[in-house]
Design a protein around this ligand. Structure first.
Ligand code: SAM
Length: 290
């Protein structure tokens, strides 16, 4: 029997008198086939260390611990710490860290792996209310992980992995795809969780690129420009850029110069631009003095 078997999950919850906290995004997985598929998608074996975010009562942690060298799991909810000590008592390769992942000093924490030189993968069933902040925090944390295999709301997974000229494409696709390749591995129905969330989920596999997809002078400026270009999706690039930078004659002439240098028509929409276009645009805007 596994922690994720429905009867075991229910017994654990009853034994500890646990009640779900919606504000922590607590939807626990009760499907062992899906857990095996997550481990297979992440290609976890004894040559990798895993960081997990939000172990809950340990459904995914159990599968990770069996397959990985070591698991470090960050859980914000104090009430789950004694429960995890109970459910994971047979494993000597799991460390549960009672911390908010967004506040954890990951550079220091990962030194606590027994073998800190092994490659790190991040595997999780994420708390949906902070999916994007968690992804950006980890990507920007500079910890040397090679892959993310995480469950999230299907709609967010679609946005992250979207291609230009699709409805789902936007600044989130650009922010993640700059650093990582992103592909939906499989869809997970809402019925396999307790309690069931009111959206379907997807497993997204993201692999870190050896270097960012495009070369740009100022990364923060690139992300600012891409965000500004999608503020009003139905409007042209020109409209969005003048809304963001200003509408004075001087600014308009700087914008015209930059667009022409980047080879982009003012009438184009942000959703038609790929990362290379945005990189060229950002560099040209800066050169024009914006
Ligand atoms: N991994 C378990 C599973 O698959 O059954 C639970 C997944 S549940 C969707 C999300 C988990 O993340 C919960 O255990 C919740 O308490 C935890 N969590 C929420 N916010 C967190 C944060 N900021 N840092 C660490 N853990 C968090």
């Amino acid at each position: 029997m596994r922690i994720a078997d429905y009867s075991v999950t229910k017994a654990v919850l009853d034994r500890h008198g646990f009640t779900f906290k919606k504000s922590f995004g607590q939807n626990f997985l009760t499907d062992t086939n899906i857990l095996q598929k997550i481990v297979d998608t992440a290609e976890i074996d004894k040559s990798v260390n895993v960081i997990e975010i939000g172990p809950g009562i340990g459904a995914l942690t159990e599968f990770l611990a069996e397959n990985a060298a070591e698991v470090m799991a960050f859980e914000i909810d104090d009430r789950l710490i004694p429960i995890l000590a109970d459910t994971l008592r047979d494993f000597d390769n799991v460390q549960v860290v009672n911390q908010d992942i967004l506040k954890a000093d990951l550079q220091t924490q990962i030194k606590a792996f027994k073998n800190p030189d092994l490659p790190i993968k991040i595997v999780a069933n994420l708390p949906y209310y902070i999916t994007t902040p968690i992804l950006m925090h980890l990507i920007e944390s500079k910890i040397p992980f090679s892959e993310f295999v995480v469950m999230m709301q299907k709609e967010v997974a679609d946005r992250i992995s979207a291609e230009p000229n699709t409805k789902a494409y936007g600044s989130l696709s650009i922010a993640v795809q700059y650093y990582m390749t992103a592909k939906v591995a499989f869809i997970v129905p809402r019925t396999v969780f307790v309690p069931a969330p009111n959206v379907d989920s997807a497993i997204l596999k993201m692999v870190r690129r050896e270097q960012p997809l495009v070369e740009v002078k100022d990364e923060d400026f690139l992300f600012r420009v891409s965000k500004a270009s999608f503020v009003h999706r139905r409007k042209t690039l020109w409209n969005n850029l003048t809304n963001h930078f200003g509408k004075s004659e001087e600014i308009k002439s700087q914008l015209e110069k930059a667009l022409s240098q980047a080879g982009l028509a003012p009438s184009v929409r942000g959703e038609a631009l790929g990362l290379e276009d945005f990189a060229r645009l950002a560099d040209a805007l800066q050169e024009a003095g914006l």
